[in-house]
Design a binder for this molecule. Structure first.
Ligand SMILES: [Zn+2]
Length: 419
């Protein structure tokens, strides 16, 4: 058995009894440590793995011969020979990251140092038009893999972020039933010919923040995704919180206005109907048609249908009173919802992400101000609010942990009695 087989999805390896199997297991341990910590000497690796220097030396030589690791250079001598640092060969394996939204696709490939190997591919396509969507996805993924000259056997898997309700137990989508009754990962594996791992978009954003963004090395963080809709990814005690069926985080559908507007979900007055990008755009169109004065009018040449969220953000940043007030109003509602979460969960940080977060402090200031009003002082002081630094990249980067947490957790057990 070689290391590649151990990385296969749903690897059947459950117990390793032979000497060969144990060696593969040790290689996996080395791989995991080098993936997380980037560089180690042989002496550094002995302690966490719990084997002797000659054993690790042999293992490293084999991993080098097989192309998994490479020498990075030598460190300072501590009296004897200079120690050699080893790291993963970044091109030994790759991950395909796919961000699916209702309106567009984003795709890139990442190496083992989590670096994108190409410029991100962006393609407009409607998810609800399933047949065309799947054709476009397949063509774009295959074109990118072939442009980068990567053999499919070197792809550990595709991490796929998808919007809407997904049942984690059955793996099916409730929001896009036309994707089929089979678990989504099977649909995408058949389509792309590579292992696929699926996660809900807002949870992917939280994973991105947790591995690469402001939530790194933090245990209790709420990641708010305010875009077309409003979602919440929760890192609780260091883990992504799923809930019973994976439906956790539907923050956008708590009721704010009992006599409000009808939401996409079928309920009345949801947070999404008063504080999402969609709701702000709708309100801007309405008010400008009614004659409200705003510089947005100039950017759209009088055609209110042309108003998009970036127009409103840009106007607000230029000091447009009307645009600023739209964000203030949304901020009040978001703060009312967040106050409940702060009282319930006592998070150390709330990260504001999604398209609306591009408004920066024009959104975060009103939220902060209202939180001062709505929350108990002692509890609120524990929580800092930040605009995401990863911004629109958070989701695509979050596709890496979808794949890697599965790969790294596939650990066979060693049956010591037979060794
Ligand atoms: Zn709703």
């Amino acid at each position: 058995m070689n290391l590649s087989e151990l990385f296969e999805k749903n690897s059947k390896v459950s117990a390793i009894n032979s000497g060969q199997g144990k060696k593969t297991f040790l290689k996996k341990k080395v791989f995991s440590i080098l993936y997380v910590e980037e560089q180690k000497t042989i002496a550094d690796l002995c302690i966490p793995i719990g084997v002797s220097i000659p054993t690790i030396t042999r293992i490293m030589q084999e991993l080098k011969d097989e192309g998994w690791v490479t020498e990075l250079g030598t460190g300072e001598s501590r009296g004897g020979r200079r120690p050699v640092y080893f790291g993963l060969n970044p091109g030994a394996r790759f991950i395909v990251g796919i961000e699916i939204t209702s309106k567009y696709l984003r795709i890139n490939i990442f190496d083992l140092k989590n670096r994108p190997v190409a410029k991100t591919v962006e393609k407009e396509t409607e998810l609800k038009n399933t047949k065309v969507f799947l054709e476009v996805l397949k063509a774009e993924v295959e074109a990118l893999i072939s442009r980068q000259n990567i053999n499919k056997s070197k792809i550990l898997g595709a991490g796929i972020s998808i919007p809407g309700l997904i049942d984690v137990k059955t793996g099916t989508s409730y929001s896009y039933p036309s994707l089929g009754e089979k678990p989504l990962y099977q649909v995408f594996e058949k389509l792309l010919g590579i292992p696929a791992y699926i996660e809900h978009d807002t949870k992917v954003m939280a994973l991105g923040e947790s591995w690469f963004g402001l939530a790194k090395n933090r245990s209790n963080v709420l990641c708010l995704n305010v875009g077309a809709g409003i979602g919440l990814g929760m890192i609780i005690q260091g883990q992504l919180y799923q809930g019973h069926s994976g439906f956790s985080g539907e923050f956008g559908h708590i009721q704010m206005e009992p006599n409000g507007e009808l939401c996409d979900c079928g309920k009345i007055g949801c947070l999404e109907t008063v504080a999402s990008g969609t709701s702000i755009v709708k309100k801007a169109k309405q008010k400008i048609e009614e004659g409200t004065n705003s510089i947005i009018r100039k950017a759209i040449e009088g055609e209110t249908e042309k108003i998009r969220l970036p127009n409103i953000i840009s106007a607000a940043k230029q000091g447009d009173q009307f645009a600023i007030e739209l964000f203030e109003e949304a901020g009040v509602y978001l703060a009312r919802g967040l106050a409940v979460l702060i009282h319930l969960l006592n998070p150390e940080m709330i990260i504001l992400g999604g398209d609306m977060a591009q408004a920066g402090n024009l959104l975060s200031d009103p939220i902060q101000q209202k939180l001062n009003k709505y929350t108990i002082n002692r509890i609120r002081q524990d929580t800092v609010i930040h605009i995401s630094e990863l911004g629109e990249q958070a989701v695509l980067f979050g596709t890496i942990p979808i794949v890697m947490t599965q790969i790294l957790s596939q650990e066979p057990k060693i049956n010591n009695h037979n060794n």
